[in-house]
Design a binder for this molecule. Structure first.
Ligand code: ADP
Ligand code: MG
Length: 323
């Protein structure tokens, strides 16, 4: 990765709040910075409720304006301020320059259209091509995501495919317009373990071949270990640790990161009971003036209850902790 080239995507102090029932605001994302460079796979990891999905939904402008708002910060893609674009301009980027895939492939596919129709539709929406060209391209895309007998698959409906094959189709659709960024939000969570590994391998293979940048969201450190280059650990709407996977797996700094690492299920040894971090993710009501993790932290001291530590460190390995 060459840090001197321009970032493809840059999030600066992104804040995204939801209105809760009692009228207060929940700081789902509370000041997140992220730079993404071509060809890298960056993991965002943390337990459910830490704000991972809200980060990417905010930058894609997919949040429901009746309950959520961008409370601050910027999202810049290839020099364009995404929050300053019209909805029409944003539609030109979504699905074309930046594509997204989700946990459940079946809900991303339309049950009443064939696989071929669904791939051709996205091609025709963003490119001026004929029906036969679209069909040829759809076939190529199915081959690219290693779907066996692609000619046959073109005429099948989503329910006729296995979960793993469905996710491959979803990835083919996401790649149809040759995006620069692929955002994958828990892409393997609904799949069984062997299929999970195959989908991760596919994402890595496509990154190598197409040089796309990938943001991979997961609650599973094992997934990060399998394919990410760099990672952000999120807790309570903020990044608590950030760095290359190599550094963080070798020497995790934040107590939360250590907890997540201890909770990775081992494939080799059947442990009696898997470690879990005590307590649960708090709902972060603004304003917040403490370490967001202190209630669950074995190392918490007085200062952790009184003020929030900054994210800091050297050589790109950053940590938000007083201890
Ligand atoms: P993650 O993807 O890490 O599981 P989310 O981004 O989905 O986390 O959620 C972060 C926080 O925002 C959680 O506390 C969640 O309860 C809250 N939240 C998410 N979506 C909504 C919503 N539509 N309305 C209100 N609160 C929400
Ligand atoms: Mg999520």
């Amino acid at each position: 990765m060459n840090q001197k080239q321009n970032a493809l995507l840059s999030l600066q102090g992104l804040k995204s709040y939801y209105e809760s029932r009692d009228g207060s605001e929940v700081a789902a994302v509370d000041g997140v910075d992220l730079e993404l460079y071509p060809g890298e796979i960056v993991g965002i990891v943390g337990e459910s409720g830490c704000g991972k999905s809200t980060v990417v939904r905010a930058l894609m402008r997919l949040l429901d304006p009746s309950s959520a708002r961008i409370a601050g910060g910027k999202a810049v893609f290839c020099g364009k301020d995404l929050f300053g674009l019209s909805e029409r301009e944003m539609c030109g980027i979504r699905g074309k320059d930046i594509s997204m895939i989700f946990q459940d492939p079946l809900s991303a596919l339309d049950p009443v259209y064939t696989i071929g129709d669904q791939i051709e539709e996205i091609l025709k929406a963003h490119e001026h091509i004929s029906k036969s060209e679209a069909k040829e391209k759809a076939l190529e895309l199915l081959r690219e995501v290693n779907i066996p007998s692609p000619e046959l698959r073109l005429n099948q409906y989503p329910h006729e495919l296995s979960g793993g094959m469905q996710q491959r189709v979803v990835i083919a659709i996401a790649l149809a317009c040759r995006p620069q960024i692929l955002i994958a939000d828990e892409p393997t969570t609904a799949l069984d373990v062997t299929v999970q590994a195959q989908i991760l391998e596919l994402i890595r293979e496509l990154r190598d071949k197409l040089n796309i940048a990938v943001i991979l969201i997961t609650h599973n450190m094992g997934v990060v270990a399998a394919i990410c280059d760099r990672m952000l650990v999120m807790y309570g709407g903020v990044v608590v640790e950030e760095g290359t996977c190599k550094e963080i797996f070798k020497a995790p700094k934040h107590p939360y990161t250590r907890g997540l690492l201890a909770a990775i299920p081992s494939i080799k040894e059947e442990k009696e009971e898997l470690y879990t971090i005590p307590g649960q993710v708090d709902v972060m009501k603004v304003p917040i003036a403490c370490c967001r993790f202190y209630k669950r932290c074995a190392l918490a001291a007085d200062i952790c209850r009184r003020s929030e530590p900054e994210l800091k460190g050297e050589g790109g390995h950053l940590c938000r902790c007083y201890m």
